[in-house]
Write a protein that binds this ligand. Structure first.
Ligand SMILES: [Mn+2]
Length: 290
């Protein structure tokens, strides 16, 4: 009788807090969060981390944007909340790996010292074995991008141009949201229209697949190009976890070792009413007619 009562109050509690939606994965990968920039969809990521549990969490680079923080310091509360969520996860038993990217390269010099913050291990790359026995290389991927590797000045210039594009995108969508129109990604549009960008993406993917085959691994998981993907390339599987700037995507390993891309928020179908500091004020379903 006591037990029944207790269970009843428990289920009522769950209903109230909405925790029934929690999902458990073996592993989760997120990359290109760019904390410290106004483009980061931190509030969405905070919610994602709250709702999804995992045994292993891999932060696949460009999580904290050191390049941007160096020129202008931008750090709202939502960004602290994301860091806090990750730390809480690691405290509660999730194995957290921080794989360095080019925007958080300031961390790369600590890798030699096997730096660990709490339970979080900082690495340049790591090999993960899935529940079904496949071995996957996890790397941010900028090392395989000829532009960031050999033409650093161009990468910085491109970065500034990208920031400019994203700023225009933000203003555009701020206006669209006020007019009740759905979110529309200008930068995604430009990227898909520019043929050079398409060529660049396929070269990047092939370079990573080649490295993976060379090391006799079954696949590679990366980020860097902000484009979520699962694709077979010459006998190895190429995974990209996307980003939390233009899309809100993550890569997930289910308990049986199968993998999937999670599209957490479909920004195209929502008019995300964003306040000027990038915090989500309210999320309205887009009007179908728009
Ligand atoms: Mn990157």
């Amino acid at each position: 009788m006591e037990k029944e009562k207790r269970e009843k109050t428990m289920s009522e509690k769950i209903k109230k807090t909405g925790k029934t939606g929690r999902k458990k994965y073996r592993s989760l990968w997120i990359s290109d969060v760019h904390l410290g920039t106004p483009n980061c969809k931190a509030a969405h990521l905070e919610e994602f981390l709250k709702q999804n549990e995992c045994e292993n969490l891999f932060l696949v680079g460009d999580i904290i944007d050191g390049w941007s923080l160096k020129s202008t310091f931008y750090w709202p509360q939502t960004h602290t909340n994301v860091v806090r969520k990750v730390l809480t996860k690691s405290k509660r038993g999730t194995d957290v790996y921080y794989v360095t990217g080019n925007h958080d390269e300031f961390l790369r010099k600590f890798v030699d010292y096997e730096l660990q913050i709490g339970n979080i291990k900082i690495v340049n790359e790591v090999v993960h074995e899935t529940a079904d026995g496949r071995r996957l290389l996890i790397t941010h991927g900028d090392q395989f991008d000829v532009i960031t590797r050999y033409h650093r000045w161009l990468a910085f210039a491109g970065d500034k141009a990208y920031d400019g594009l994203m700023a225009v995108n933000r203003w555009l969508n701020y206006g669209r949201a006020r007019a009740g129109m759905p979110y529309w990604s200008l930068s995604a549009f430009v990227k898909h229209k520019v043929k050079v960008a398409v060529n660049f993406i396929s070269e990047f993917e092939e370079a990573l697949a080649y490295e993976c085959r060379k090391r006799k691994l079954d696949g590679v998981i990366c980020g860097h190009i902000h484009h979520a993907e699962i694709r077979e390339i010459d006998g190895v599987t190429y995974y990209n976890c996307g980003d939390w700037v233009e899309s809100c995507t993550a890569l997930a390993e289910n308990l049986d070792g199968s993998m999937e891309i999670i599209h957490w928020v479909n920004l195209d179908h929502e008019s995300a009413r964003l306040s000027r500091d990038g915090k989500v004020v309210s999320l309205d379903r887009a009007r179908k007619a728009a």
